[in-house]
Design a protein around this ligand. Sequence first.
Ligand code: FES
Length: 305
Amino acid sequence: MEERPGDERPQLPPPSLWPVGFAVGIVCLLVGLVISWPVAAVGAAIALVFGFLWARDVTRGHPEAAETSALPADQGPPAMPESEPAERFPRSRFLEGATLGLGALIGAIVTLPAAGFALLPGFLKQKQHKVDLGPISDFEENKWKVVTFARDPTNANISRRTAFVRNNGLLNGVPSFTIISNRCAHVGCPVQPGGPVFQKEEKTIKTANGEVLLTPVLPAAGFICPCHGGSYDQEGNRIAGPPVRGLDRYEFDIVNGRLILGDLYSVVKVEGSGKTARIKKVELHGPGQHADGPESWLYPLQPPH
Ligand code: FES
């Protein structure tokens, strides 16, 4: 049908890739919150860049529309009559920008507090309980003990943990200890010492953190997991079975001659043994998580324990 002067054609916005890029950035950000901070940062950067370009287009107007109005009269729709000059800031553009801006603001007000309350507490540094394991004189040099203690003395019944502790003797005049968690690095079953446990020599001591149970043990064959056959050497390195890394370890301090247990950390590898061992440590990983290599990027972020 032939166009006649005076016909009005709606000025639709030209198709734009900015909203698509913005959506991709948001998806990347949400996926990153589950798997890793670098992915979340890339997603946030993509969302910011495309969001900015999108907002700039919306607030600046549609270039094609401007081009159309600049065409000669015989190549496009007629210009507005002289008596009605075109609006410099059309109301439609203002309403479009205001709708998007208000939508974004309301979305942020509704979602950010809920997301913050739901996600942040797990990732904020939580206070770790130091645990007094008693005087170091209770740990004979180069002997292993199975030590059972309450991580949180106010919730002793549900926070009992077990660690394998060996006094390595002095290193540069300072007592050295190896303290290995009994949580299997596969799916978290309690590993057992590969050797005799001397129950009759068991000793209970009272500390500021409640009762601590010390049981001498001789893990000559390292540590073995009864669930799926995971096997570790005496330094906690994985030597067989499904675990993807070695056993976690505890930090420790010596305070007034007492052994104080600190935070848990994960271990990529231990070279050497005892007080001269070189430990490649990383922040605490969950059961089943690789501690190094590309696979380690694929696991959910780990809240502090
Ligand atoms: S939980 Fe230890 S090997 Fe599976």
